[in-house]
Ligand binder design. Sequence first.
Ligand code: ARG
Length: 561
Amino acid sequence: MQRFIDRIREGLAQATGLERDELKIESPRDSKLGDLAFPCFPLARKLKQAPPKIAAELAEKVRIAGITTVATGPYLNFRIDRKELAETVLGEIQGAQENFGESKIGLGKTVVLDYSSPNIAKRFHVGHLRSTIIGAAVRRLHDALGYRTIGINHIGDWGSQFGKLVAAIDRWGDTVDLENDPLEALSTLYVRVNEEEKSDPELAEAGRAAFRELESGKQGHVRETWKHLTELSLQEFDRAYQRLGVTFDFVRGEAFYEPYLRSTIERIVEAGVAETSEGALVVSLEGFKEKMPPCLLEKSDGTTLYATRDLAAAFHRFEEFRFERCLYVVGSAQKLHFQQLKAVLKRMNLEWEPRLEHVDFGMLSLPGGKLSSRKGSVLLLDELLNRAVEEARKVIEDKNPDLTDADRIAEEVGIGAVIFNDLKRERIKDVVFEWSEVLSFEGETGPYVQYTHARLASILRKGAGREGSLDGSLLENAAPILLSLGRFPGVVRNAAENSEPSELAQFLLSLCREINSWLVPNKVLSEDPGLASSRLVLVRGAKICIRSGLRLLGVAAPEEM
Ligand code: ARG
């Protein structure tokens, strides 16, 4: 598609004398009007003429090979020759194969992504699922554009609760099964210590002392215990990451930035933006258009905060990676936190402050209510994934009882359904989890896209040996599919730019709908060898595109299901 856009820009530039890059080409609102459109409004002022008049004149004047121009109101619409459309788009896919959609626009630039980032010693619950899924997808989208991406799991491994846990392990460690079910054991201990410290000042003091020792950096029993419980928690999280196909370059929790806290505070003080208020060190954030309380750097007792550690992390990341973007994939509940973080950097006049972006998202909930670790209605991640796989297996067995390798496919469909369900809507919207909806083979679901892919794979298997030459003029009635395929690289680019995987998910849904409705009246394996061959090339191209799209979202594309 880019090739046609370039050609149109070239023709328009010649006719108008404008710079090519100034000429915005878009999709017409109604696809019946044309394949691409040029809105003439921006020219009105320059040429001192009404847009419809400009459009009419340009339609007369502009001549572009293989493209016809028609003026409709203030728009100049373009229709690409059908034969050339098919041969260009499918030729591009044949050349790129599974790399179709990739480009090099990010080459030499680095994007840091902070995603998943659960709090250790707690169960990984579905609340962190969205960050993991969205973050990993946004990362793959940037990878596809040639960026160097750095994935960081900023786990919550610091704070006074870890002192309490160490004290609790010291007292009751032998009453729980820390090694075999660490997260269960740790949450039991955490509940118990919070309960008993109320009436046991010695226990409370032991917890505080343990955290002081942790903060002092001293090596020894306390630090060893804390390290051990971090490792146990991470082993549990890794299981979920593996199932979801998610990886990180670094697991750097809040504790990692401990050694940099002093220099961070000094730096902020030296910039002249810190002040003391009631014994605490704060940065006042008045005067920003968003109303914000001051950012607390250090409490009166000398302890630092979540925000202090995020400031240290921001400096550390910029110094190490010189990022073009630093994306924080964190729920919208932390909007204020990231506003404050950016506001502090802005007050310090750091030119790279705009490169920090809070990629926020809405809540994930089950029909029963919101999933919060505090409120008890927690659905554990493993349980959620297991149930999805189980349900997927039922659906698959029902549809295709003879499927070999049903275990693997049930896993791919079940997990794929959970991921797709999370990514299909604008991320800021809340997600309600309805089992029947998530796993349906029809409608806006992962299984629907996977199923369409498997259907194409099956057609290709049946047509093995008959796929060869392509005559684009035989694919006239597949124009909507071809136009969509041609748009794919642009969709990937925009989805990355906006950190919005839903743009890709929605693209895939609409591509699948177009394909499925085209397949109804068009028999691919026609008796006519030329027709069958060209249609098979189209099916191959569509299959490659769906597969690439699913891969970028983190969803498997089984050949059969
Ligand atoms: N651990 C935090 C939480 O669960 C999320 C951390 C997000 N990343 C960051 N750099 N603050 O709420």
